[in-house]
Design a protein around this ligand. Structure first.
Ligand code: ARG
Length: 246
């Protein structure tokens, strides 16, 4: 009897926490146009920020966003500091062992960014063998860099630092997500750097949650479905990428 009462209370609290409240969202906000600080309002903004807010709203929640190191996101999920990551995080087999993901919400890929002066030296990934590569810590760009034979890989806390280091000649190339590099090139109007034509791997971004938290995954997937159906996803996509969602 007592056991039943306890089970009912536990069940109710699980149900309650899965129903309404505040979603604690973790991000790393140097990754425009997905997550970054709006210089004027000093608020975090971007595609991911608007999408996760819309998804949460669609299931009756609000959000509270915490900005942290990209390499701190998975540990923060695991220790319950945050409920979900909205950080342009690629769904990789390695990460799927440690956390769960929602349905994919964005298709991406990696590119190599170099100084135009070095285009004769760097033609493809193989020409980076034994060379210096910059990337953001813990990212798929950094993982790819580490697979290049004898390359010396420097990982930075923010992608902004990696871009700066490339400009200053501290490394020969940066490997990073294409939409972020494209946004950087378009916004900064930087004519001294460019990307190599090849785009690597179809990568898909998902919102990450603690391994085994099925209610949270189901809730977020339901929210995603709703914002896709309502046209809100398309609006947010159009706003940040200037084109129709693929
Ligand atoms: N998509 C890449 C990855 O998952 C880079 C993500 C970096 N995100 C960020 N908010 N800094 O590894």
């Amino acid at each position: 009897m007592k056991k039943h009462v306890l089970a009912a209370i536990l069940g109710a609290s699980v149900l309650f926490s899965a129903q309404a409240g505040t979603l604690h969202v973790g991000t790393e906000a140097t990754f425009a146009p997905f997550e970054f600080m709006d210089e004027q309002t000093k608020e975090l903004t971007g595609f991911d920020m608007e999408l996760i807010a819309a998804v949460a709203k669609a299931v009756g929640d609000d959000i509270k966003v915490q900005n942290m190191g990209f390499d701190g996101l998975i540990p923060s999920l695991q220790t319950g500091i945050i409920d979900v990551t909205a950080a342009a995080m690629t769904i990789t087999p390695e990460r799927v062992k440690r956390i769960d993901f929602t349905e994919p919400y964005y298709q991406s890929g990696l590119v190599i960014l170099v100084k135009k002066d070095n285009l004769d030296k760097v033609k493809d990934l193989d020409s980076l063998q034994g060379k210096t590569i910059c990337a953001q810590i813990g990212t798929t760009g950094a993982m790819m860099a580490k697979h290049v034979k004898d390359a010396k890989v420097t990982e930075y806390n923010s992608i902004t630092e990696a871009f700066l280091e490339l400009k200053q000649g501290g490394c020969l190339a940066v490997i990073n997500d294409k939409p972020v590099v494209d946004y950087y090139l378009a916004r900064r109007g930087d004519k001294t750097v460019t990307t190599l034509p090849q785009v690597f791997d179809a990568e898909y971004y998902g919102f990450g949650v603690k391994k085994g938290n099925k209610e949270m995954v189901a809730k977020l997937n339901e929210g995603l479905k709703k914002v896709r159906e309502s046209g809100e996803y398309d609006q947010i996509y159009q706003k940040w990428f200037g084109t129709k969602a693929q």
